[in-house]
Write a protein that binds this ligand. Sequence first.
Ligand code: IVH
Length: 665
Amino acid sequence: MEAKEKIKALRETLEQHNYNYYVLSAPTISDREFDGLMKELQLLEEQFPEYADPHSPTQRVGSDLSKEFEQVVHQYPMLSLGNTYSEEEVKDFYERIARELNEPFEIVAELKYDGTSISLIYEEGRLVRAVTRGDGTRGDDVTANVKTIRSIPLKLRGEYPATFEIRGEVLLPWAEFDRLNKEREEQEEPLFANPRNAASGTLKQQNPAIVAARKLDAYLYYVLGEELPTNTHYGNLEAARSWGFKIPDVISVCKSLQDIYDYIARWDVERKKLPVATDGIVLKVNSLRQQKHLGFTSKSPRWAIAYKFQAERAVTRLNSVSFQVGRTGAITPVANLEPVLLAGTTVKRASLHNADIIEGLDLHLGDNVYVEKGGEIIPKIVGVDLESRSLLIGDKVRFIRTCPECGTQLVRPEGEAAHYCPNESGCPPQIKGKIEHFVTRKAMNINIGPETVEDLYEAGYVKNTADLYTLKVGDLLRLERWAEKSARNLMASLEESKQVPFERVLYGLGIRYVGETVAKRLASAFLNMEQLSKASLEELTAVDEIGERIAQSVIRYFADEKNQQLVNRLKEYGLQMAIAEDKLANRSEKLKGLTIVISGTFSKHSRDEYKAMIEQHGGKNSGSVSSKTHYILAGENMGPAKLEKASKLGVKIISEDEFLNMIAE
Ligand code: IVH
């Protein structure tokens, strides 16, 4: 078969499997077979860049190019919905519609999904743009990110209007939300309070590869356009389902107020079994003609309304507030409550997040507080029952000024909500946390758990990570639960850790914001600890995906003399402080000092390979053309914007062959 046809066939097959998997939830091949087909297509597309297509299923994995978002004006403003909270208010809505229409009508009942709304524009059956709600009039163009959402079709099936818009909700399913927060907890990054925040935060990521990894989903609920297939809302959603969209199948046409009440009663219970968060139902007049007759207010349609489910709430007494210190010194305030039953579980504690939240609630000890479990997993305090505050009002809850563990004055970095204990090398939970992190499998892979760390610390044998390497069998035998054999095992494990590659040693140091991926990037950019420790802000931020926040944190780490001493000791004990020789072998400085932008598609190597070659030869790869760019390595179909900018700035454009010559012997 011709490459072109083969590519076409693979794309169609993969789209069909995507649809089976993500929309129908009924896959017909294994993940492994799917990955195999995808790989085959990727290889062919690399070999034949002339057949590149931005709508190919391979584009869903997310390119790692970062872009600023462009703002786009919505063709139809994205309005909100009026809220109701009781059956009484639903009845008022229903009766108003009946009065104003004065003819028979139907109401479509749907679930109200609790994510972040998105507007998708299709032209000739292809997704051309995806825009966030923004301020309702204009939003951010997040097309690259949205393309990574597998349930959103890039190409439509069947017969569809030439142009139309479809709106829906981008959601992070509960299971993904839990996984993501667990990962963030391990990295001591701030947790997402609920799937809604996680979804909107993810959609605003600058790096589509990160978005792709988070497995967002999208449910669509509103088709707009001048040439729609039917004259009912329900009919258009059905049609959209046949074009390949994920339209919830729990929508229902109600012919009476009782039908609506039944729907509410049923779904307030059933919704808890759904894989995504919902916070109410939405009622919409079905006929488009009737919708038009009813019209809009400046804020919302007069033909639709939301009914919000009652968040589960309880009242209980605030007994005390405690403050916990994490591995990086972040302080978490926790409310200790009189145990109370809420949404099926007993709640004893609630997170208070930070000082501003405490201040905002004006909490006093002994207050009766309202606790809610809405979209949040961790219950939160939403208010104080002021009426019940007795004359003997308790002490006002104030955020602590000094560390509860070591007494050091706390700091609050500018622009952050959290307080930190800065005594990184002297504060017990921070020390123990750092050692626990250092020994984990992804870092030094030393065979001990938190309990042993605690024992070693309490016994005074280990006060920092370097002390681990001074341990002797005799020390361990003096501790409880240790026998000769396990002590020798630990010695062997410590010895083995001296072969752990540099990037994992770097990760193991536990520098704030330096997770696994960042550690890898830093290791390959700076080659060894020595150079990394001397890197300036400019040098650090010049590395792909290293932003100011990470750079500052690295600088802060190495500016601390105690950290320098620690690293020096680890070096003396024989840990890997540079990337391995064989990785260094093919390096040169032929491109030293040169900044090169890659643009277009190539035939001899992939973009990633060219990127690696630039770095390998000491050059810097950058995503955008500026006055600092020395060369543009241009393949076919270089973007017109880049071309124009390059000629304006007089940046030299080189071909694949010219580039390969530059780095050849
Ligand atoms: S229809 C003009 N249907 O709720 C009508 N909205 O407060 C536009 N939402 O911004 C919205 N589920 O993000 C509609 N089934 C549903 C919905 C839904 C969730 C969100 C949407 C919108 C907000 C309105």
